[in-house]
Structures are given as structure tokens and as C-alpha cells.
Design a protein around this ligand. Structure first.
Ligand SMILES: [Zn+2]
Length: 60
């Protein structure tokens, strides 16, 4: 279990809305990380823009 306040974000396909992967990042890097990312979606069988959604772990 990592200490500190790292934030987790999940990437969702903008077409089929399926969650792709979860990435952990520091809040300091929050501004440098992109909000949209083009990734290959297995369900769409093509590259689709994925949108980031922040998720918090271990906090209420
Ligand atoms: Zn998709």
C-alpha cells in the first residue's frame, strides 16, 4: 500500500464507454496529464479517444 495522496484515473472509451485502464498519478502532475488519450479499443476495433475520469481510492 503506497502512502501519500496519489490519484487514480480511469480511461473510458468515448464510443462504447468501456473502462480501459487505471492509471495512478500524482496531483502535482495533474496539469501535465492529458484529459483525452487516443487508445486502441478492442470492442470498437479501432483507435478511439478515451476520456479520463478521476477516481479516488481509500478515501471517503
Ligand atoms: Zn470502445
Amino acid at each position: 500500500m503506497a502512502k501519500g495522496k496519489s490519484t487514480y484515473c480511469t480511461w473510458y472509451c468515448s464510443e462504447c464507454n468501456a473502462p480501459k485502464k487505471t492509471t495512478a498519478y500524482n496531483k502535482k502532475n495533474n496539469e501535465t496529464i492529458t484529459k483525452e488519450l487516443s487508445m486502441y479499443c478492442k470492442q470498437c476495433h479501432k483507435h478511439v479517444v478515451h476520456k479520463r475520469k478521476d477516481t479516488k481510492k481509500g478515501s471517503k
